[in-house]
Write a protein that binds this ligand. Sequence first.
Ligand code: ZN
Ligand code: ZN
Length: 181
Amino acid sequence: MNAAEQPLLPLCRRLRDARRAKGMTQSELAGQVGCQQSAISMLEAGRMEALARPTVEKMAALLGVDLDTEPARDALPSATGSGRGFCPNGDCPSNVPFAIGGELIFWPRRQPVEGGRHCAFCGEVLERVCRQCGAPATEGACCATCGTPRVPPPPLGDSDLDHWAETRRRCIADWRALHAQ
Ligand SMILES: [Zn+2]
Ligand SMILES: [Zn+2]
């Protein structure tokens, strides 16, 4: 009966602001995520159903917008990222891959580091800073300071990256569905 709780800034607004901050047009963004410019326009106007969720995730990864904060959650340790880390393992289900411009980019799910510094999914030691420049790891697939991807891609040989990423995302969705029980 109650309306859903409104986060401070709706996702559509944050995506739009992030795109503008990067100096990208809707058409450029549409080209990179593989959708129509009109869909981006609708999405930014608040019609989230204009794009399929995987496309929204790809867009968020590209723009450095954290989908994990959607909807807004309370009681997060801090917004600076100091209390959360990410898993540097490309094969870990906490990292969602996207094939963008011929490379694999991983969107890490940040995890709380209190009570153990290890990834809850694969046991790898969580990282809290950029391995390239040492800046604290905040949200996003790449370091906000130097642009280095958080998660190095695993060696894939001649694999079709798009196909690999898509298959992988499906596995991760299944895996999470199982573990959410
Ligand atoms: Zn992991
Ligand atoms: Zn960096």
